[in-house]
Each structure stands twice: as C-alpha cells, then as structure tokens.
Design a protein. Structure first.
Length: 145
C-alpha cells in the first residue's frame, strides 16, 4: 500500500473488498489473463490495469457493479452484446447481482490485444522507415514546359 492507503498491486486491490466481491474480481482477472497472458499487471488510476503496448483494459469494483474499461473502440465494437448493461464512452458496468459475462470479457480483451498489436506494428513501421525527402512545393505558377 502507498502512504495514502491506495493499493500498489492487484492482489492488494482485490483484498480490500468483501469476500463475495473478491471472488468476482479474481474471476474477471482470470478472464483477462486467459485472453492476454502476455499483458503486464499494474495499478493505474488506483485501479487494476493490464498493459500491452499501452493500456489494454482496466477494471474496478464499486458498491453495486464491476466497472470494466476497455476503451471506446471496444465498447463500439461489442455494442450489441453490451446493450444489456450500462455503458459510457469507454466503460461498461456489470451489476454485482447479475452473472458477469466472463466469455464476453475474454473476447473484448482479445479484440484489444489485436488492436494494440496493430497500433504497435504501425508505430514500429512508421519509425523504422526513413522519411523520404519530399519535393519542395512551389508557391508560384508551374515552370514545367
């Protein structure tokens, strides 16, 4: 724990909740790990975060729901399947009194893995390629004859 009492590990974060919520959070954690075994665990914004070429997903527990934060692109991509839940631009709320859709979480995380890998590939390709010297733009009329 940090001096302000905030957790520094996902284990410490989960341990701060009642046992029945701990079970749900461990299952969310397991679903994420299954879908992204290469992702690193971290605490960012004081909540559990998985990092793979940047932030992959976050999750958090609240009094009545588990918040899952997979980015706006994932919410848009899985909008139909998430329609039964409260959503916002980059988040979804899974009520604690309803079954949590772990399979859907796995699919969303896999989508995010692919998305971050594509972004990393594009970024690597862009930085690995030397920039070509471009032609200078002429301000005046063309001098071609």
């Amino acid at each position: 724990m940090k001096k302000d009492g905030s957790p520094t590990t996902i284990d410490a974060y989960i341990a701060a909740f009642p046992e029945h919520v701990q079970v749900l959070l461990q299952q969310v954690r397991q679903a994420i790990r299954e879908a992204a075994p290469q992702a690193e665990e971290a605490i960012k914004y004081r909540i559990p975060t998985y990092v793979l070429n940047g932030n992959l997903v976050h999750f958090a527990a609240y009094s009545k729901h588990v918040g899952f934060y997979p980015t706006p692109s994932a919410i848009a991509r899985f909008g139909v399947e998430l329609a039964a839940y409260a959503t916002a631009k980059g988040s979804v709320q899974f009520p604690l009194d309803q079954p949590i859709p772990y399979d859907l979480i796995r699919r969303i995380v896999r989508f995010r893995v692919e998305e971050t890998q594509q972004s990393a590939t594009t970024a690597n390709r862009d930085t690995a390629r030397p920039k070509r010297a471009g032609r200078k733009k002429s301000i005046g009329p063309s001098r071609k004859k």
